[in-house]
Design a protein around this ligand. Structure first.
Ligand code: 2AM
Ligand code: CA
Ligand code: CA
Ligand code: CA
Length: 261
């Protein structure tokens, strides 16, 4: 168990850390990027992904020396132990690397803390808009210093929704039928940026097959705002596994589960 004084200290330090990571990202963006491929030609990693992960990891260990840290680039090619006991920090050093490389926009930096499996602290830095979305479970969700309001509980027919483009083409988990029943479809290419639109009530939901670092931070903030974060067929998530995730209003979830179950 982590007491609330400790969490308050973590929260303050991690917010500072996200602003430092943003500063480093902006500085490195103005130098030539070193871009490598991972599993396929459109699965990229840059020197900025690696340097951000190193910075965040080093600073998290100063803040919480006993932390277990799971970061995308270090975990690449390793099996992740799904044990959620203790303090587990989960890092996505650049979410939307393809956008980062091709657009220099629409990407995020994400950090989350799970305490004995409970989604506790979550941070999504929208780098180019200079906005830090963050939540501490039970203490509200904020963008910078402004408190976020719970989004309206809109239905699928009444909502714009986001779906990962490649998965939609393959009709993964009935996604084409889901898209057809929505008011409209949007694709932003970064799980973090897509989840931000759900937090703001601009989208009724987002679905994609995601890795732990793609959803960990968004889950904390979304749940704090009364949104649901489940699998697309209404199962609870284990954040350290890969899941086809649905982040959405309660009504959108009910409408989608009618299609997928
Ligand atoms: P990433 O940029 O951190 O890898 C793209 O639709 C979104 O899906 C991004 O948030 C991207 O995160 C994530 N994603 C997860 N697995 C991916 C993969 N194998 N290739 C590309 N993007 C992936
Ligand atoms: Ca990646
Ligand atoms: Ca990601
Ligand atoms: Ca990433």
């Amino acid at each position: 168990m982590v007491n609330s004084e400790t969490l308050e200290r973590f929260d303050q330090k991690v917010q500072e850390l996200l602003w430092s990571a943003r500063k480093q990202t902006i500085e490195l963006m103005n130098t030539p990027l070193k871009v490598d491929t991972k599993s396929s030609a459109n699965d990229l990693v840059t020197n900025v992904d690696r340097q951000n992960e190193q910075l965040i990891r080093k600073r998290l260990l100063e803040i919480d020396p006993s932390a277990r840290i799971v970061g995308e680039e270090e975990s690449f090619n390793h099996k992740i132990d799904p044990d959620l006991n203790g303090n587990v920090w989960i890092i996505d050093p650049i979410d939307g690397t393809l956008n980062f490389v091709k657009q220099r926009d629409h990407f995020a930096i994400m950090v989350a803390l799970y305490c004995d499996g409970v989604p506790t602290l979550g941070y999504i830095m929208d780098v180019m808009n200079k906005r830090l979305y963050h939540a501490w479970r039970g203490h509200g969700a904020y963008v910078n210093k402004l408190r976020l309001k719970e989004p309206a509980n809109s239905s699928l027919a009444d909502s714009l929704i986001a779906i990962n483009g490649w998965q939609l083409i393959k009709n993964h988990c009935h996604q084409q039928e889901i898209a057809q029943q929505a008011a409209g479809l949007r694709m932003y290419g970064s799980a973090g940026i897509e989840i931000i639109h759900v937090l703001n009530g601009q989208l009724g939901g987002y679905t994609s097959r995601l890795k732990p670092w793609d959803i960990a931070a968004g889950m904390v903030i979304a749940e704090e705002l009364g949104l649901l974060v489940k699998t697309i067929d209404d199962q609870p998530l284990n954040v350290l596994s890969s899941n086809t995730v649905l982040v959405a209003t309660k009504k959108v979830c009910q409408d989608i589960w009618q299609i997928t179950k």
